[in-house]
Ligand binder design. Structure first.
Ligand SMILES: Nc1nc2c(ncn2[C@@H]2O[C@H](COP(=O)(O)OP(=O)(O)OP(=O)(O)O)[C@@H](O)[C@H]2O)c(=O)[nH]1
Ligand SMILES: [Mg+2]
Length: 422
């Protein structure tokens, strides 16, 4: 039975009968994948109880889902598979796998939901249905818990991002891809990926990417793009536009190590014409995808899931059940109000910073003035010493002159005649 069909999706259901999603194959893994670049405040939170992130991977049989996830998290999250055994599906089998990943003391409670069978059914309508049920049932579980307990205590299993794998055909999106994306784009952060990009040339990839983006835009499909904030530094604005320019990410996944041109061992694939390196930005977009997903925008993905996607779902669900949501009651869910509060907070921080900077400036000026005064005194003492030494010299010279004049007469007459009268 699939995960979605085993859950209870009604909001009127007994809330104590909390939906428990299977946590299979929990692994504890150490990694170096960019978690430690989380902002400090999140870091402290993560150190204490861990940070939950739920990722769904969708794509046809053998498109490279498991390999890419293992490569991103540098761990054997998905065990190796025997491709000699043919797969036969009569339903999409929703399979969550959980892992605890630790990097420099940061704990990530990762859940990856695999969807074997997607796109491989005789009637692919069922492919969509199982996935939509899975997304909805996780929203429902959250909604049910939210009605009876504090937000901090909720077991949050909502899906924070959906990686949609596109085969590297080099053509266009298929009607099937478009239909699926249209069904899920308002429910989940959609991230399109061209897998196995090493099978296409750079030129083919560029053409494929622009055809995919045309299809996405002309069908009004919303995909996740990191947002540029007016308060972002120039550096972070550039980094965001660099990431965005790579969408849809054309990636290579590999857990194997091969020798690069300089003989160094790198994660990559040995091809007949050379080595394709997973983490070489000239070879593919893996680094940018991982940066977006793990180190730079994981919190943003979670926040959009919470404040936009879940909120849409929740309002619709409550409306269907005869409730009208008053957003002023749910202040934390109103994106406009949240933004205004963020602006206020930012203004306050700026004012505080200005006060601190003024104080620091005044302290520095005072320090400098004191130093100048000390220097001035030191200079005066040196001047005094030199003047005394000079006075002494003048006095000595004068005494010598007097002695000479006593012996030879006034110096003015000696000068005229010369000592020897010449
Ligand atoms: N050339 C190339 N091969 C890849 C890449 N990623 C994965 N593969 C190979 O493709 C095959 C399928 O990879 P998986 O990661 O198991 O694919 P999957 O989508 O998880 O497959 P299912 O779980 O069966 O649906 C394996 O033989 C991988 O070694 C890639 O980036 N380039
Ligand atoms: Mg797999």
């Amino acid at each position: 039975m699939s995960e979605a069909t085993s859950t209870n999706s009604g909001t009127n259901a007994n809330v104590n009968a909390k939906v428990e999603f299977p946590k299979s194959n929990l692994r504890k893994l150490n990694a170096d994948v960019g978690l430690s670049k989380f902002p400090d405040q999140m870091r402290r939170k993560s150190l204490k109880k861990g940070f939950n992130f739920t990722l769904m991977v969708v794509g046809e049989y053998g498109v490279g889902k498991s390999t890419l996830i293992n490569t991103i998290f540098e761990s054997q999250i998905f065990p190796p598979k025997d491709y000699s055994i043919p797969n036969k599906f009569d339903a999409v089998d929703i399979k969550p796998i959980s892992a605890e990943i630790v990097e420099n003391g940061i704990l990530l409670n990762l859940t990856v939901i695999d969807t074997p069978g997607f796109g491989d059914l005789i009637n692919n309508q069922h492919s969509y249905e199982s996935i939509i049920k899975c997304i909805d049932s996780r929203f429902d579980s959250y909604l049910e818990q939210e009605m009876v307990m504090r937000k901090q205590k909720i077991n949050d299993q909502r899906i924070d991002a959906l990686l949609y794998f596109i085969r590297p055909t080099g053509h266009n999106l298929r009607p099937f891809d478009i239909e699926f994306m249209k069904k899920v784009h308002t429910k989940v952060n959609l991230i399109p990926i061209i897998s196995k990009s090493d099978t296409l040339s750079k030129k083919e990839i560029n053409g494929f990417k622009s055809r995919i983006m045309n299809d996405i835009n002309s069908n009004g499909i919303q995909i996740f793009k990191p947002a540029v904030d007016i308060f972002d530094s120039q550096e972070s604005t550039l980094s965001i536009s660099d990431i965005t320019s790579k969408i849809p990410f054309a990636v290579v996944g590999s857990q194997d190590f091969v020798k690069d041109s300089s003989g160094m061992l790198v994660r990559g694939k040995q091809l007949p014409w050379g080595v394709v390196e997973v983490e070489n930005e000239n070879h593919n977009d893996f680094v940018k995808l991982r940066k977006m997903l793990v180190s730079a925008h994981m919190l943003e993905l979670k926040s959009i899931t919470d404040s936009v996607l879940y909120e849409n779902y929740r309002s619709q669900k409550l409306l269907m059940n005869g409730y009208i949501q008053d957003n002023s009651v749910f202040r934390e869910y109103d994106p406009i109000m949240a933004k205004e509060e963020e602006l206020k907070r930012h203004k306050y921080d700026m004012e505080m910073m200005e006060i601190d900077m003024t104080k620091e400036f005044e302290r520095k000026v005072e320090e400098k003035e004191l130093k100048l005064k000390e220097n001035e005194e030191e200079l005066y003492i040196r001047y005094k010493r030199m003047k005394n030494a000079l006075d002494l010299q003048i006095k000595e010279l004068k005494e010598q002159k007097d002695a000479l004049e006593a012996k030879y007469g006034p110096l003015s007459s000696i000068k005229k005649k010369g000592i020897f009268g010449l």
